[in-house]
Structures are given as C-alpha cells and as structure tokens.
Design a protein around this ligand. Structure first.
Ligand code: PBE
Length: 293
C-alpha cells in the first residue's frame, strides 16, 4: 500500500489518503485516535478486566489505556457518549440491558482472547452440599435464559429495587420456580449466605434465588463484595454459595487459585459472551484488530 502511494506522486497520494479517511463514516480519524486509545473498563477484580489486559497484549495495542471503573460508571460513561454519538469502547458482556437500550456491537475477537463457550456457574463452599442438601438442590436446579435474566435486569435499570424486581419475577414465573424447587422442602429459618458482585447480571440472579430460598423458609443473607473477595469468601467458607462464577474463561485465575476449595454445583445460564463493545455508529471498527490502525 505504502509503495503504491509513493509511486503515484505527492498530490495523488494526498488525495488518496484523504479519500481513505473520508470513507470512514464517522470522521477522519481511526478508531484508536477517536477514543484516544482508551477502553472504559469496570471493576479491577472482574475477569473481563484481566482478559482485556490479555487482549491488549495479544493484539499489540501498545500505549492503550484500560480505565478501571465499575459496572455502573462504565454504563454511565457509555450513555454520555451514546447520547452525543461520540466514539467509545467499553468492556461489555451479555446478558446485559445495555444491548436492548443501545445499538451496540461486539468487536470480533479472532484470537479468541475472550474465550468461546462460557457459562455462569453456581459454586458453594466445600461441605455445604452435605450440610444443606436441600438448599443445594435449589441452587443446582436454578437455570434460566438470557431473556429471563433480562426481565429482572431491565426492571432494575428502570429504577426498581433489585429485591422488588426479583419478587415480581418470582410471582410471574411460578412454573419456573416450581422446577427450581422441585423435590425441595420448606425449612424453618436455616441460614444461607450468598456472596455476589455488583454486576447487573449477578444482582438479578442473586436476588431471584434469594427470594426463592426465602419463600422456602430460609434466612437469606446477600453479601455484596468484589470479585476476588467473592471467590475467597466461598473458598474459605465465609459465604455458603455464589451465583457469580463465570467459567471456564472469565474467572479462570480464581478457579485455579481455589481449585479443590469450592464445589461447582450447576450452570444457571449458558451462551454468555464477553469482549470489547462499541456503538454501531462506529462504522470504522469491527474487530479488535482494527484498533491497531
Ligand atoms: N462480568 C459479568 C464479570 C462476570 C459477570 C463479565 C463483568 C467478570 O468480568 O468477571
């Protein structure tokens, strides 16, 4: 490409390069310069941040800056840019309400840094299945779809309190709740402590399962922590269970660190996805590889 341009003389080369820039619908610049080589991330302990650091290496994104924030700060920044049609790159995942609220796209990940098949798993401390098989029955039978989770997530995003959104869901989906609780009996105030991280997806699942267990008579405590402490809590036994384990890729570092110190009792959601996400109006970028331009 460069050689060809040299061959056609300065004026023509200029015209050519201007034409090339002009063909990028949203401005003259590359995606890299439009976003100032910045990716808006979330909480530092999340798997997606570790994977984004790997992506920066795998794709040779030298000088790029991955901003540490929180799930809520990331969506606030996304909203600000989206409302003004400004370029932005965020770390994103499905299920998430942002895909129904905004027109977004995942950047292709040809090197598969963000993994392929991923699921949300339910983990418990070791020994919990023996002590409380009734609770673990419910935890392992809890399975839903991205649309189901979306119902709760969107209600929360629209301002509903998570506990209320979860209670509404449980009321509306009696058949599903009957499947989750099949073979489980009522208890009288048995204690269960569920650790979760303040990711929109996990706020939804943890509140729903918490409500189902409460209706069975459990004394349920929901403990919000960061990702690292969530895994530590389950591994050391200070929490009984968590619905926030993304495996096999997202939380691979935690899973291997605590191997043998937790039990994987089931998969609640399959086909989840993670990666770098941009608004669809950013026409000049479709793959993480395009960020090198
Ligand atoms: N997430 C949502 C988490 C798992 C759930 C993708 C932000 C993470 O990256 O660890």
């Amino acid at each position: 490409m460069l050689k060809k341009i040299i061959g056609v003389g300065v004026t023509a080369a200029l015209a050519l390069s201007l034409a090339a820039c002009g063909s990028q619908t949203d401005g003259q610049a590359t995606a890299a310069s439009q976003v100032n080589k910045t990716i808006i991330g979330i909480d530092p302990g999340s798997g997606i941040m570790a994977l984004t650091d790997e992506a920066v290496k795998d794709y040779g994104l030298k000088d790029w800056n991955v901003v540490t924030a929180s799930s809520a700060a990331m969506t606030a920044t996304l909203k600000k840019s989206y409302d003004r049609k400004k370029p932005i790159i965020v770390t994103g995942w499905t299920p998430h309400w942002m895909f129904s609220r905004y027109k977004l796209k995942f950047l292709d990940d040809p090197k598969k840094t963000y993994g392929t098949a991923e699921q949300i798993h339910t983990i418990t401390r070791t020994g919990f299945s023996k002590e409380q098989p009734n609770a673990v029955k419910v935890l392992s039978q809890f399975k839903w779809t991205q649309d189901d989770m979306g119902e709760v997530m969107i209600a929360v995003e629209e301002g509903e309190k998570p506990a209320k959104a979860a209670a509404d869901y449980v009321k509306k989906h009696k058949d599903q709740v009957a499947q989750w609780t099949k073979g489980a009996h009522k208890v009288k105030g048995d204690k269960i402590n569920l650790a979760y991280v303040a990711w929109d997806s996990e706020i939804a699942s943890t509140n729903v399962v918490g409500k189902v267990l409460q209706d069975l008579g459990y004394d349920v405590k929901l403990t919000q922590v960061e990702a690292g402490p969530m895994w530590t809590a389950v591994a050391t036994g200070s929490a009984d269970a968590s619905l926030s384990a993304w495996l096999p890729n997202t939380h691979k570092a935690y899973a291997s660190k605590y191997k043998g110190k937790y039990e994987d009792v089931g998969t609640s959601l399959t086909g989840v996805k993670m990666g770098l996400v941009v608004p669809q109006y950013m026409k000049n970028v479709n793959s993480i590889e395009d960020l090198k331009k």
